[in-house]
Design a protein. Structure first.
Length: 264
């Protein structure tokens, strides 16, 4: 029997989602260990995508396979045994051929920035104090991203992909100058390694005047190459929505709802 588990996590203290040889401090490793303890046998956990160290997810889906239906409340048992920075929202039985990663038709990421120091935001929003924010230019960068299809120039490891094409359906900025905050949101059928944080890097580069909008357009079109791309800080990034053609996930009432306040 195959189950999707809809959850969220605070990635601040983890080395990313994916299991790694040199550390057990990943979200996947912690969930696999917890499932193995609950079921008294090895349980493999598969995720809907990768997140880097320090990146969060307010909506994330994993899948597990069980020989039979649990005779206990699995959601309750998982939440009881998982650390406080991982929370399970739903446990959903699905068809054996349905896959949490390959059947997702869209993913949405939200990236939060603040420019006034605030201790309550530091773990979940990236603090950029010394950047000049030209919001009109930033919106033009977002518009160029939305119009584009090949994102080789905005990928950390483009040669690891057979192609670097993505279908961006949404790319927008929400700004609240009174709060000193902004939200960059982007939805696509797929994302490349480091792509969202590199998008934010270019938003900030153009905004601060380190490059022109025309320069960015040439880089995006691979007419010019920029070898030094420094991804934006990880702590402002959330994987916030996963869409499936056969499943409507419950809207989770969690931290990202608070972060979006005034930025919707």
């Amino acid at each position: 029997m195959r189950y999707f588990i809809h959850l969220g996590f605070d990635g601040s203290d983890y080395s990313g989602w994916q299991q790694q040889k040199d550390t057990s401090n990943t979200v996947q490793a912690v969930i696999e260990k917890t499932c193995t303890q609950i079921f008294k046998k090895q349980i493999s956990v598969y995720g809907c995508g990768r997140t880097d160290a320090g990146v969060h997810a307010s909506q994330y889906v994993i899948q597990i396979h069980l020989d039979s239906a649990p005779k206990f409340d699995l959601k309750f048992r998982l939440n009881k045994n998982l650390p406080d920075d991982i929370a399970v929202f739903e446990v959903i039985e699905v068809m054996e051929d349905q896959h949490c990663r390959y059947d997702a038709i869209a993913r949405t990421y939200d990236y939060f920035i603040h420019w006034r120091k605030d201790p309550g935001l530091m773990r979940y929003s990236s603090f950029y104090e010394d950047i000049k924010f030209d919001f009109d230019l930033m919106k033009k960068v977002a518009a160029l991203i939305l119009e584009h299809k090949d994102f080789r120039a905005l990928c950390k490891q483009p040669d690891s992909y057979s192609n670097t094409f993505c279908k961006i359906s949404k790319c927008d900025l929400f700004i609240n100058e009174a709060q000193g905050r902004l939200r960059f949101t982007i939805t696509s059928d797929r994302f490349l390694r480091g792509m969202v944080r590199i998008c934010v890097f270019f938003l900030l580069e153009v905004s601060s005047g380190k490059m022109t909008l025309a320069d960015f357009s040439k880089i995006l079109n691979q007419e010019n190459e920029m070898t030094k791309k420094i991804p934006a800080h990880p702590n402002g990034l959330f994987l916030s929505k996963i869409d499936y053609p056969f499943l409507e996930l419950q809207e989770s009432h969690n931290l990202i709802k608070l972060l979006k306040h005034g930025l919707a």
